[in-house]
Design a protein around this ligand. Structure first.
Ligand code: CP
Length: 319
């Protein structure tokens, strides 16, 4: 593997999933693979899970890790090519990424979308420039449109908890108090659409009208505006808010009846409930569900180490 920015960087999904489950059983078996290699984790936005789990994964592989919150600790970056830098930006991405590539053998980048200009966000301008100028393999730690380390951890969690060969997996839109990116649902959807074909499951997305995701990521999914109908027979419910793709970045204020609580859970086939976290209790997801026996949120977070370690190992093997 030369980079990891989406599910399309994976050739053989069932094999990678099997490898992840093996890595989970023996987390320190590959401690020599990362010796004398340095991973740089560059954050343009906040994080708890991604930062800690990716760092832990690298340490399990014997790597050195450098973490930089570049939005707070670095110079103000310029991304536009050809501009005369006589304004507030101090350093161009060409030099900044190039320098980081001199210090690190691998780099991880977190860069959220602006949610203003859809073309700019969906062209992944920041991630692609970073890849272009740093000169070393890059893993996405959540970009403007995708969060593949999260989706891989989600797939591992489903595999560990499924009780039938073809479980029904529902991605259910949830209410929120502000506009959120589409990266987690886009990514979960493209991973589930691929798992539908290569591993075996039935995938359905339920969202209010107007909140359909970019069809590029949902090809093959069942799509409905009826949450109760989607929940019937569900084995896994993945709860997540996202803002509109069509009216780009627009906040959907009417959706309080979309919050999953124990009453809605009764419609399912005793579904296990997932959320990538952070979650707003009793806004996106009822506290009674988060604290109840069906919640998988902590296991998902734990599996972030497994997904990161499996990906880092694959990239180290290809260096
Ligand atoms: N799920 C996730 O990526 O969490 P953080 O934003 O805390 O890293």
């Amino acid at each position: 593997m030369k980079k990891f920015t989406s599910v399309s960087d994976i050739e053989d999904l069932p094999s990678l999933l099997a490898e992840a489950l093996r890595n989970k059983k023996q987390p320190f078996a590959d401690k020599a693979k990362g010796a004398n290699k340095t991973l740089g984790l560059i954050f343009m936005n906040p994080s708890l899970r991604t930062r800690l789990s990716t760092q832990k994964a690298a340490l399990n592989l014997g790597m050195n890790v450098i973490v930089m919150n570049i939005d707070k600790e670095g110079w103000a970056l310029e991304f536009q090519d050809g501009c005369v830098m006589n304004g507030s930006t101090v350093e161009h991405i060409r030099e900044a990424a190039g320098v980081m590539g001199q210090y690190c053998d691998l780099l991880g980048l977190r860069s959220f979308p602006g949610l203003v200009n859809r073309d700019e966000d969906y062209h992944e301008e920041i991630l692609n420039k970073f890849i272009r100028f740093c000169g070393v393999p890059v893993i996405s730690m959540e970009s403007a449109t995708l969060h593949p380390l999260q989706s891989f951890a989600d797939l591992i969690t489903i595999e560990e908890n499924k009780t039938k060969k073809h479980p029904k997996v529902v991605l259910a839109w949830a209410p929120h108090v502000r506009s959120l990116p589409q990266a987690v649902p886009n990514s979960f959807s493209e991973w589930m659409c691929r798992a539908q074909k290569e591993i075996g499951l039935d995938f359905v997305i339920a969202q209010p009208e107007g909140l359909e995701l970019n069809p590029e990521f949902t090809r093959g999914a069942g799509i409905t505006h009826n949450l109760d109908e989607a929940l019937r027979g569900a084995d896994f419910v993945y709860v997540k808010n996202w803002s509109s793709y069509k009216n780009y970045g627009q906040f959907h204020a009417d959706g309080q009846d979309w919050m999953i609580d124990n009453r809605k859970l009764k419609l399912t086939s005793n579904a296990r409930v997932m959320h990538c976290l952070p979650v707003r209790r009793d806004v996106e997801l009822a506290a009674e569900v988060l604290d109840g026996p069906n919640s998988l949120v902590l296991q998902q977070a734990a599996n972030r180490v497994v997904s990161a370690q499996t990906v880092l190992k694959k990239i180290l093997e290809a260096l």
